[in-house]
Design a protein around this ligand. Sequence first.
Ligand code: DHB
Length: 308
Amino acid sequence: STQTQIAGFQFNNCLMNAAGVACMTIAELEEVKNSAAGSFVTKTATLEPRAGNPEPRYRDVPLGSINSMGLPNQGLAYYLNYLLDLQNREPERTFFLSLVGMSPDETHTILRQVQESGFTGLTELNLSCPNVPGKPQIAYDFETTEKLLGEVFAYFSKPLGVKLPPYFDIVHFDQAAAIFNKFPIKFVNCVNSIGNGLYVEDETVAIRPKNGFGGIGGEYIKPTALANVHAFYQRLNPAIQIIGTGGVLTGRDAFEHILCGASMVQVGTTLHKEGVSAFARITEELQAIMAEKGYETLEDFRGKLKYL
Ligand code: DHB
C-alpha cells in the first residue's frame, strides 16, 4: 500500500500535484482529484486574483522546466469556496490550500480568513515564491521568517505547513530547522523550484519575464530536493512531517524521497509534461519497487536511508 498520513489526516496515495501545476482552476483541481493522486494542493492564492507575468512564462525543456509565472491565481475566495464545497461532497478526503500575501499584512489577512472559515483541510504557507520582481523569497531571510511565523501562530490554530525553497549550505539547514522547531508547524514541503536559472536555446532565452530567469524544476533538481528532504528529516522535531517535491519522474524517484524521509511526494514538472495519468504510472512503479524489496507500507522504509 502507498497510503500515508499528514497531521493525522489519512491519504489513500502518497502522490499529489506540486503547487503551480494543474491547480489554477476548479477544472484542473477536479482532474487531479479524480486521478490516482491522494490529494491536491491549490495554486498559491493571494487575497485578490492576479494575472501574473507576460507569456511565454513556463517552458518544458528536455531535462525539466523553467517558469516565471508571477503568481497568477484566482484569488483566495475562489479556492476557499471550492474547498468548502468539496469538503461537503467528499468529507472523507483532505486537500491542501496554498497561500501567501504580497506583504506580511496581506498574509495575515488571508490566514485570518482561513482561520475564521469552515475549512478543515491543510494549509500550506508558501515562503518560497521566487517570481515576483522586486520581492525576495521570504524563506531566504531567516529573521523575516521567524517574525512572520511568530505573528501567524498568535491567531492561526488550524494545521499549517510551509513550502520551502532549496537551501544549499549546511549552516542554512541548521538555522532554518532551528526556527521551524520553535513553532507548531505540521509539515515542511521541500522543495520549491531552484530559483532563477537561465535556459538558453540557440541565442535566446526560453521565457519572457525577468529576461529569461526562472525557477527550475524536473530532473535537474532531484539531488538538491533529496538533500533538503533528508537534511530537514534529520533536524526537525519528529512531529513536523516532510513533503518531498522535486525531480519526481518515476516510482524510483518517489521511493528515494520517502527513503530520505518524505511522508507525501509531489509531482510538478512531470505532471505538466505527462498529465494526470502520471499519478497511476508512478504509483505502479513505486508499488513494483516495494514488492521486489518486500516492503508492505511506506513506514517500512521511510527515512531509512543507509549511510556508508
Ligand atoms: C510562482 C512560483 C513559485 O515557485 C511559487 O512558489 C509561487 C508562485 C509563480 O511564479 O507563480
